[in-house]
Design a protein around this ligand. Structure first.
Ligand SMILES: [Zn+2]
Length: 132
């Protein structure tokens, strides 16, 4: 009987198996967390890729998460989120999985790791996020 255990790293839930697989998958999860941080910074805090899932080195079914501010840039100030975009018959971005609250909590929930340091990424100042 298999007794898998899981570890949560930020929003990632990683299945831990025995031996080297455990270490390798844990390091992969940490790397993907750092990649999200990198994407968030390189898009000027407008987007990152989430919901990584897969097995054996193949990742599939990612979700692109975007700031509601991105819709304002595209359509103007009257479109401040998916609801306003739908009401005004404008296209939304990246489907139902692009959840506004998930995006807003990214900086608060992200835990920097050694890959973030290696990529020269600074930890987030979440003082502003705590006020919301
Ligand atoms: Zn980080």
């Amino acid at each position: 009987m298999s007794t898998n255990t899981y570890a949560r790293i930020g929003k990632l839930l990683v299945k831990l198996e025995t031996g080297k697989t455990c270490v390798a998958e844990y390091e992969t999860a940490l790397f993907l967390c750092a990649v999200q941080h990198l994407q968030y910074e390189k898009t000027h805090q407008y987007a990152y890729v989430s919901d990584f899932q897969g097995y054996g080195g193949m990742l599939s079914d990612p979700q692109i998460m975007t700031s509601p501010e991105l819709l304002k840039l595209i359509y103007g100030d009257e479109v401040d989120g998916d609801e306003a975009a739908s009401r005004l018959r404008k296209n939304t971005l990246f489907g139902d999985g692009n959840v506004e609250v998930g995006f807003k909590k990214f900086a608060l929930k992200h835990q920097c790791n050694h890959f973030c340091t290696w990529m020269d990424l600074a930890p987030f100042d979440v003082t502003d996020s705590l006020d919301e």
